[in-house]
Design a protein. Sequence first.
Length: 223
Amino acid sequence: MTFQDIFKSGFLDSVVSVSIIDTIFAMALAFALGSFIFFIYKRTFSGVMYAPSFGISLIGMTMITTLVILAVSSNVVLSLGMVGALSIVRFRTAVKEPMDIVFLFWSIAVGIVLAAGLMVLAVFGSIFVGIVLLVFSEKKTFDRPYILVLHCSDSDTEEEARKFISDKVEKMSVKSKSVTKGDIELNYEVRLKEGHSAFINDLAEMEGVSNAVLVSYNGDYMG
């Protein structure tokens, strides 16, 4: 058996090309499901800063994953080369929102399932995941945390403001306190009662309060 006979074995003969029709159909469906994932991401986003580029990247990731898996599944030699090429790729962008990881993995999973030919599973699985995320995102709307930044002139005003805030919100806790001459800065984490925030207007007009700011945040606080 010669060295040439080895390369004439079934290992290289197992190369199967993907038809143009199958490729177009898979990529079109990947675009449709990626757009659906993008839509769910927009509806369920609860962070502070919405980045449209991340939503668009979900569509691109779904299509690119489908393209890569189609190539890998059709050519054994190419699959080995891609494993080596992808092993040197390093992603250093920090994911700040925990839910972003869910959408990233969802996009990759849909691309893999589509390229594997399980299109019914990809479609109905995406619909089911989307419904679950929509339902749970709506349930936590009124439990969203806020940061209340308050500037008081003295300790008496601080105590009066604290009592006023505790009567107007569902929950409150002090995250930080900074004292300088003539000014006390307080950072409270508060949970509003059914989303009502009108009390901040009365708080800002309180005697001794120079500034009051209410900011929505995602639960990650750097004190």
